[in-house]
Design a protein around this ligand. Structure first.
Ligand code: CTP
Length: 414
């Protein structure tokens, strides 16, 4: 993927977090892509990286102090914020995000962010508990409403020894997000719209019980994020999952298969639809209004099941709104390729991504369902492509690239 930021001016704000060291690599990537980088370093940021390293890489002086008369005379905070095509905050700490969400400004970074009329991209980095805290959730939602773009955070090991969401996005991911904002047409799926379903559905039996499938949502969410990283405008329709909404993706939360179908059809038309959700095949014919009580005689209730709508088959039906590329998943425990071929024919989609969910992962624990690895086979009218086992993020990234290649090479039909 070629990313050119020729003649683009980026104002990079480096706040105080351990991830600040990655901002050095980010500057290198940005300048390599042809961009010009000017840096604001907060007081806390200077505890993690030195102005000297930042200015050596950016080739410019580093701005830090709002009360520095020389700086203000040379390039005041208003000019700093207006002279850029994009403001990037990496790392964006919980503190700076809270200030931004509330319009507070008491240093050069926060004042510049409040004074700007340019797009702003933040790359949050913090401890998982801080990321999950109710006040950070509120601030993230507010920043989204204010039109602030966000990349990451990713899930993983943290410098503090904990594990979870809060790791700053990698410099190449931040570069991709910057290119998506500044380089229209430069990303392969720019201008394409995509719909992804993910997670399980829950079919209520009564107000406290439900039927559901096993699904963590990891693969579907990763695919939605990967498509967005390649520039697609992505809507994710997710059943109930324990993982965070992906960034740069609009997420619609649903419970049942019927809700999922309604949400999907209301999003049409789109160019690409990928059904990754583990939709419950059945629901009870009539949901009990009150909790079903145990019968004193010991008789167990009989649930009458009816079939749920098939979302993939509905989206694949010939119609003016049919997405150009419809992809289904087939989680199988035996005869995978044969079942996948049968599903392709039955559902009339363009590709089936088949995976064997009977194989435990290498750690011998949960296998594909809930695990982090996946081995897929793409079954289409052109044959079967078998991929080696990869982690789900990599499967998502490669699948998004494969989709981009499909559009680049074959246009509307393959
Ligand atoms: N799917 C769907 N709506 C349903 C059932 C399945 O959109 N009601 C989609 C899934 O998201 C997946 C594909 O269809 O992309 C295949 O799902 P799977 O459960 O493997 O297939 P089924 O059609 O349910 O067949 P079976 O359970 O008999 O294997």
């Amino acid at each position: 993927m070629t990313m050119t930021l020729e003649n683009k001016r980026i104002l990079l704000i480096v706040a105080g977090g351990i991830a600040a060291y990655k901002s050095l690599e980010l500057i290198r990537l940005l300048t390599k892509a042809g961009g010009t980088v000017r840096v604001i370093l907060t007081k806390a940021g200077a505890e993690f990286v030195t102005p000297l390293s930042l200015s050596s890489l950016s080739g410019d002086k580093v701005y830090s102090d709002i009360f520095n008369l020389t700086d203000e005379a040379e390039m005041g905070h208003i000019e700093l914020s207006r002279d850029a095509d994009l403001l990037v905050v990496a790392p964006a700490t919980a503190d700076l995000m809270a200030k931004m969400a509330n319009g507070l400004c008491n240093d050069l970074a926060s004042t510049t962010l409040l004074a700007t009329d340019k797009p702003v991209l933040i790359a949050p980095a913090m401890n998982v508990r801080m990321w999950e805290h109710a006040s950070t959730r509120r601030n993230v939602a507010r920043l989204g409403e204010d039109g602030i773009h966000m990349v990451g955070p990713n899930k993983g090991d943290m410098a503090c020894g904990e594990y979870g969401f809060g790791r700053m996005a990698e410099p190449d991911e931040i570069l991709a997000a910057i290119s998506a904002l500044l380089g229209p047409g430069k990303l392969p799926l720019q201008g394409r719209t995509a719909l992804v379903t993910s997670g399980p559905t829950r079919e209520a039996i009564d107000p406290v019980r439900y039927l559901a499938n096993r699904s963590s949502g990891k693969q579907g969410h990763a695919i939605a994020a990967a498509l967005a990283h390649l520039g697609a405008d992505v809507t994710l329709v997710s059943g109930p999952v324990e993982i965070a909404d992906p960034v740069m993706v609009e997420t619609v939360h649903v419970e049942s298969a019927s809700h999922m179908l309604d949400a999907c059809t209301s999003i049409l038309p789109v160019d690409i639809a990928i059904c990754v959700a583990a939709v419950s095949d059945w629901r009870v014919d009539s949901e009990a209004a009150q909790k079903i009580k145990k019968d004193k005689s010991g008789e167990v209730p009989i649930l009458n099941l009816i079939e749920n709508p098939d979302i993939l088959a509905t989206l694949s039906k010939k119609s003016p709104n049919r997405p150009e590329l419809v992809i289904g998943f087939a989680a199988e425990t035996e005869n995978m390729i044969d079942h996948a071929k049968a599903k392709l024919a039955k559902k009339q989609c363009d590709w089936i991504v088949a995976n064997d969910v009977s194989v435990p992962d290498q750690a011998g624990s949960t296998g594909v369902m809930g695990g982090d690895k996946n081995q897929i086979h793409i079954v289409s009218a052109s044959g079967v492509e078998s991929w080696q086992e990869m982690n789900k993020q990599q499967v998502a990234a490669d699948l998004a690239q494969r989709i981009a290649d499909h559009f680049a090479n074959f246009g509307k039909t393959e």
